[in-house]
Design a protein around this ligand. Structure first.
Ligand SMILES: [Zn+2]
Length: 383
C-alpha cells in the first residue's frame, strides 16, 4: 500500500499533521493564521487512500477561533477541486472528526469550498474586458499582491456621472470567508449581463466600486481572519496604516476621494446557519433616514430571495455603542449612508438546506446575483 501523505503547499493550504501512521487514527491540528492566534480554516490533500477507511481527527478544534462553528458543521471534500461535497462530521466539544473512504488516490478536504487566487485573477481579467468596467490598482499588499478596484458604470446612459450613486461592494476582509468572493462573482456576472434589465437600470443610475478580495495575502496564506501582518482588517477602519493594514488604508482613501452612497461588505459567519445583514444602528450618526433605507433594502431582499432572512442575526447594537473600527460602522458614520455587512453561513441555510453541498460557492453566487433587486428598490432614495 502507498503510504498516506498530506500536502498543503498550494493556494490556501493549511493543516498541521500530528500522526499519519494509522489510517484509522489520523491526527491533525487546525493551523493558526500566520501572524495571529485565529485558527479555523483548513485545506489539504490526502493521497494514497483509495478504498481505505479513514478516521480523521482534528484534535485542537475546541481551541479554534469559533468552537460554536463546529456544532452541526460538515466538512467539504472534492476529488477534482471543482465539485465540493459535504461529508458527515462530528464534534464532541473538543475534537472534530470524520470517517471517510475515498474513491480515488487523492482527495481534497477544506473548511469551505475554496476561492483561489488564480480564480480571483481570472475573475478580474474576464470582467475587465467589458466596456463598462475600469480596472484600477489601488496599491500593493504586504506580500506584494495587487489591491484591485473594479469601477463599473454605463457611461453612455442617461444619468450624468455627477448624479450617479456611488455604490461600493467589498468582500473577504476575512480571507477564510471564501463565500464572500463567490458572492462577488455572482454579483458581477449579473451586473454585466447585457440582457438583464435590473442590471441595465443600475448601471445607468450608479457607479459601482467593487473590491472582490480585500485580503489576497491572507487568502493565499490560508488564513481565516487576518492579513500577512496578523491584522484583522475589519478592526482597522478607524486608523489603518500602510505598515499594518495597507488593504484598508488604500480602499478607505479611495472612498474618501470618490464618496460612498451605499456600501455592502460581504462576510461568512462560522456559527449561524443563515444569510443575514448587520447594519450600523449603533453609530452616533444613525438616523431615521438610514433606518428607513435599511428597512426598505431588507424588505426588498426578503421579498425576492428565499435564501435571505431577517429573523436570525446578530441583534441590534444600542445607539452610540457601535465599534468604529468595523468597515460598515466607519463607512455609515463617515458618509451618512446605508452600510450593511452581509453574512453567509459556513454550514448551510437552515431554512433551505441542501444536504449534498450545504452552503457553497454556487449558492453564494446566486445570493450575490440576487442583491441587485434590493439595490434597485432603494437606489432612488440613497440621497
Ligand atoms: Zn467576517
Amino acid at each position: 500500500m502507498t503510504p498516506l501523505h498530506i500536502s498543503t503547499q498550494f493556494d490556501a493550504g493549511a493543516i498541521e499533521v500530528l500522526s499519519l501512521a494509522d489510517p484509522q487514527d489520523i491526527q491533525l491540528n487546525i493551523r493558526r493564521d500566520n501572524a495571529s492566534d485565529f485558527a479555523q480554516w483548513f485545506h489539504f490533500s490526502l493521497q494514497g487512500a483509495a478504498g481505505v477507511a479513514l478516521s480523521v481527527r482534528f484534535l485542537n478544534a475546541g481551541q479554534s477561533a469559533y468552537p460554536k462553528g463546529w456544532a452541526g458543521y460538515r466538512a467539504v471534500a472534492s476529488y477534482d477541486r471543482q465539485r465540493w461535497f459535504r461529508i458527515d462530521t462530528q464534534f464532541d466539544g473538543q475534537v472534530l472528526s470524520f470517517d471517510f473512504t475515498p474513491e480515488t488516490q487523492c482527495i481534497y478536504f477544506a473548511y469551505f469550498e475554496p476561492y483561489s487566487y488564480e480564480r480571483h485573477l481570472d475573475l478580474i481579467a474576464s470582467v475587465a474586458r467589458c466596456g463598462h468596467v475600469t480596472q484600477e490598482r489601488l496599491g500593493g499588499t504586504l506580500d506584494g499582491r495587487d489591491m484591485t478596484l473594479l469601477r463599473i458604470t454605463d457611461a453612455t446612459a442617461a444619468t450624468s456621472l455627477a448624479q450617479k450613486k456611488k455604490v461600493w461592494l467589498i468582500a473577504r476582509q476575512h480571507p477564510g470567508e471564501a463565500m464572500a468572493e463567490w458572492f462577488i462573482e455572482g454579483f458581477l456576472q449579473r451586473l454585466l449581463d447585457p440582457a438583464d434589465p435590473v442590471a441595465r437600470v443600475l448601471l445607468d443610475k450608479c457607479v459601482f466600486h467593487v473590491v472582490p478580495n480585500m485580503n489576497p495575502d491572507g487568502a493565499v496564506r490560508g488564513n481565516l481572519r487576518t492579513n500577512a501582518a496578523g491584522a484583522n482588517l475589519n478592526r482597522e477602519w478607524a486608523a489603518p496604516s500602510l505598515e499594518k493594514s495597507p488593504e484598508v488604508f488604500l480602499v478607505r482613501q479611495k472612498m474618501q476621494q470618490v464618496g460612498v452612497d451605499l456600501c455592502l461588505d460581504a462576510h461568512g459567519d462560522e456559527a449561524l446557519p443563515y444569510n443575514f445583514v448587520a447594519g450600523c444602528e449603533g453609530n452616533p450618526g444613525y438616523t431615521p433616514r438610514l433606518e428607513a433605507l435599511e428597512n426598505s433594502f431588507k424588505a426588498a431582499w426578503l421579498a425576492t430571495c428565499p435564501d435571505f432572512q431577517t429573523a436570525q442575526g446578530y441583534g441590534q447594537t444600542p445607539l452610540g455603542q457601535a465599534n468604529p473600527t468595523l468597515a460598515t460602522n466607519w463607512v455609515g458614520q463617515n458618509f451618512d449612508c446605508l452600510a450593511l455587512t452581509i453574512e453567509m453561513p459556513f454550514k448551510d441555510n437552515a431554512n433551505l438546506p441542501d444536504v449534498r453541498v450545504g452552503w457553497n460557492g454556487e449558492r453564494s453566487k446566486k445570493l450575490g446575483a440576487s442583491v441587485l433587486l434590493p439595490l434597485l428598490a432603494v437606489v432612488d432614495q440613497l440621497r
